[in-house]
Write a protein that binds this ligand. Sequence first.
Ligand code: ADP
Ligand code: ADP
Ligand code: ZN
Length: 214
Amino acid sequence: MKIIMLGAPGAGKGTQAKRIAKKYSIPHISTGDILRANVKGETELGKKAQVFMNQGLLVPDDLVIDMLMDRIGQADCEKGYVLDGFPRTIPQAESLDAALAGLGEKMDFAIDVDVPDENIVKRMGGRRACVNCGATYHVEFNPTKTEGICDACGEKLILRDDDKPETVQKRLDVYHDQTQPLIAYYEKAGILNTVDGTQNMEDVFESIVQILGA
Ligand code: ADP
Ligand code: ADP
Ligand code: ZN
């Protein structure tokens, strides 16, 4: 099963993708997580990507496409995967489709987690991330047992640089401009499904399971 998560930054793509990955036993592939790991590890890719990420801009297509193709070519992706944060532009979607077509494969589902901009700023301000294990929390909607400490691995949580309010607005603009056109792209491809992302996390997941099948 190959799934794409669509939605604005902060809509809950990562939160839901982790649950999907667990239920359907497929890897969760977050291009944001892979890029942040590269920034932390100070790789060549990380150094190039960081400049864009800190400004709330997209990392150039060629860098991200190569990185993603490399990841989905790995052995654990044979039975499918859930993509979170990729594709984010029409050229990325076209590259993915072309690569899959070359293997005689195709995407099965694109799930748009729909959340209006008004709700997004609040979600991002309260988001806390664990750079060690990738877990994500929210100070109000999904708090940790001990404030500021990851439940899963005990590491100190961070407020991402790009989750500060001034960068969030930029990222929303970039989303509307470059990523939202993918909704029409996947609708045309006949695989688009929309869920109401303003529901609580459990109800959003239930809506997704209804689409994917139990
Ligand atoms: P969010 O989960 O809030 O939507 P991500 O963790 O997916 O954010 O992405 C963080 C940043 O990493 C983006 O703002 C962008 O700079 C970069 N990024 C992640 N995925 C992509 C992609 N597919 N194309 C270009 N840039 C990306
Ligand atoms: P994305 O991957 O789309 O950027 P995340 O999954 O990281 O979004 O969620 C953004 C923030 O909102 C996180 O702090 C997360 O805990 C919180 N969140 C996710 N889904 C919901 C929801 N349905 N209701 C309230 N808060 C949510
Ligand atoms: Zn952790």
